[in-house]
Design a protein around this ligand. Sequence first.
Ligand SMILES: Nc1nc2c(ncn2[C@@H]2O[C@H](COP(=O)(O)OP(=O)(O)OP(=O)(O)O)[C@@H](O)[C@H]2O)c(=O)[nH]1
Length: 883
Amino acid sequence: MSGHRRVKDIDYDEDGLDSYEEDHSEEEGELSLEDKGMAHLIIRLDNLRKPQRTSLLQQMRQNTILVKEALGDEHGVSEQAIQEALWHYYYDVGKSVAYLKNQHTPKQPKKPKQESRFDRAAAAATPMKASSGELSSSLTTRTFQNGIGARKNLLFPWPGHPRKITTSMVHPYPLLGYPLPEPPPYYFSNVPPGALLACAPGITSRSYLPDYVPVRRTQPRGPLLGGSASAAKPSKLAALAAARKKKDAEQKAAARTVDEGHKSSVSLLDRLAKKDIGAVETREENKSWVVTQAASTSSYPLRRKRDPSPVRTPPTSDAPQAKQPEEKPQEQTDLRAMPSIFARTICFALPRPSHVEQKQSDSMPYLSCHDCATATVPEVNRTKRDFFAGPSPDDVVLNAQAKASSSKSKQAPSKKPSGPKSEDGTNGVTNGVEKLSVEDIIPQRTKSKNLDIPALYASRPYKPSASFVVIGHVDHGKSTLMGRLLYDLKVVDQRSVDKLRREATNTGKSSFALAWVMDSTSEERERGITVDIAMNHFETSKCTFTILDAPGHKDFVPNMIAGASQADFAVLVIDASTNAFESGLRGQTKEHALLVRSAGVRGVVVAVNKMDACGWNKERFEEIRSQIGAFLSSAGFKEENIVFVPCAGLTGENVVHSLLPSNTQASWWHHGPLVSTLETQARASGTLDLRRPFRLQVSDVFRGGITNPLSVSGKVEQGAVQAGDVLLAQPAGQTACVKAIEVDNEAADYAVAGQIATLHLTDIEAQYLRSGDILCDPTKAVKNITTFTAKVLAFEALLPQGVDVHRGRLHVPGRVKRLLAVLDKGTGQVAKKQPRVVQAGAVARVSIEFDGEVGIPLEVGNRVVLRNAGETIAAGLIEGVSS
Ligand SMILES: Nc1nc2c(ncn2[C@@H]2O[C@H](COP(=O)(O)OP(=O)(O)OP(=O)(O)O)[C@@H](O)[C@H]2O)c(=O)[nH]1
């Protein structure tokens, strides 16, 4: 059900607007032949009413013709492609033409690259000459017979691989002879280990290789560089290589002869190790390492067996087996390099020459092979002095500093007892460190000034301040109106506006220049619509304001809800031009008004905008006033809290400055401009109870600068906060300390309910804070709940169903678990228990539970909005919670 249907169904909507049913029946006409050609667009426009759809299709037709003309005949672009481009560029003919020209202009064939000498040489060295048929015999015949196109397919057999050879895919190894892309990791997942190795160069087996992978050529390779591929005459390089090979072979043969003459079959390494081990065991017989029998024969000597017993093994008669008398190890030179410090750390008992002992001890005072204390080292070999038992030198200094600063802040006498020198050589400062408590060592938190905020606030010299959310249907001129307000109040300077005008003109959106004051993201500027809440501050002689410019598009209603939750009052912008007001009523005008009311907003200023477009027609203004006034009253706004102001954001008439007498068309308006109405609303925003427990819903989490690595912003919902306060972040359950506060972009000592503040936090990790979370008084914290009951007004028929629960920036999936009762709208008494369905427009009590296991920070009195499939289906007040 569309939004306007939902609004129509609510029984308080008795304003005589066009009925949805009538409109809907109009839409069911047959498609014209012309329309059938645009069926792909009609599908997209399906959710629009017929007049809108017809106008868009009309525009599409006209623009299609314009684009065709601009493209000319030679491009041969299909009509559908043109319409797709127009759709993409929001009917922008210029952009669509540029895009299509770019897409359909035949690319100039690239000038063939002149072949360099290197290319020629490389080509000669590789057998990749399909045309000449000089192919390796081991490459599959199929591969080459099928030509390059087929080869591409063969090369990229796995799904999703780009079927395009790029330079990055070319296999660097010329052995395979042609570009081979790296296969995806999963390709070899079922290949047994070793199989890939078996296919490595030198092994011709291809049993595990997929068909498309050629194996190593069995033919000798041609020369890599220079020379001829025929290899009839060896090159100089080849001759050199052959000579070196021959020399190597001769050397090996000589070595073999020497080895054969040797009595023992023990390798050089073995012999060296034996010498070393023998020496060690002679020197340090109490070592717990034993040399295995294998070490004395052929195994690598470092492959030692660790004594499984932690008890030191006394030298036995077997041990001397390692000492082979015939080896005469002392006569041989120790050729082994020293093990690295790391290696020695791991194998702590390895011996090392005495000449390096001292040096390494110096370089790593805490890491000595002999000093490493671990459970597996025999007791006697453990260090006598445990370096890690006491604080490190850094700790000593830091702790002393902490101690010094804490004692300074406490105005303690600076004289410290100079204790006797400790065992480890540290002086009395170190002894003092041992007496430090954890609190002394933790960096000092920001000290609270313990301000009496309610008293200060009552006697403040400040102006009243208020925040307002700007709502209304898409394109009714919200951002332009706010841009104008800021421009005329000199919040935005002339230079910036001129720059925006230039940029907007260059992109063909000159009328959006003022809107871009608020819409700052590239997406918003490109699409010409607001996407997320834009915040800005301004000040008049009487008040300070925070603007929350909400998106009007229905896709961004959740962002609009977030804005509404932070506002004291709302500015509902309505486009007075022909048909625009009516289409807004069927769109988001009413939905937004209902949502701000549901969010607890009491006052609304209705800015009847674009009055220039209807010639400042008084009748039009009165028509809008009567229809919207009736609707707002039925939605729960009191009559005295609804104010209407005619204005034109684009021209600036009656926004900041009163209407000029020269504007005779508007002579009927005798009240002030929009800004003076805002001031009246701000003063009427009500008093605040600052003594209630602090609550702030986090709207944004960001890095507030080098000195403020973690900052949050949001509206203080109740209570007050000052620097030095400790707050609890829910649902994470982590505490944070308030380091500093900003209100209206200026440093402040405190922030109170109603203000949108930035809190710079310490003592909390960023992972514990997300937008939608609650910062609260830890002594009276908001609990994380899993179920709640709420009194809601149903915008659509309500069943036990899945819903998204919205509260400001928070939106969490949940379920309407039970419909508890339908309530009487007037008295609030139960009219019907356990209904099977709650009709649209009815007030009901429902039970809602969240999907996840993590509780959500909500409490009694919070206002929630229930949405489903992009539609607002109900809104109301939490009456009871359970965890
Ligand atoms: N004639 C006229 N056009 C206006 C006026 N105000 C805004 N417009 C035009 O209306 C169009 C939409 O203006 P925006 O300010 O972007 O509308 P919006 O309501 O902020 O749009 P969303 O934020 O996307 O919902 C622009 O082309 C503006 O130039 C006005 O007072 N008179």
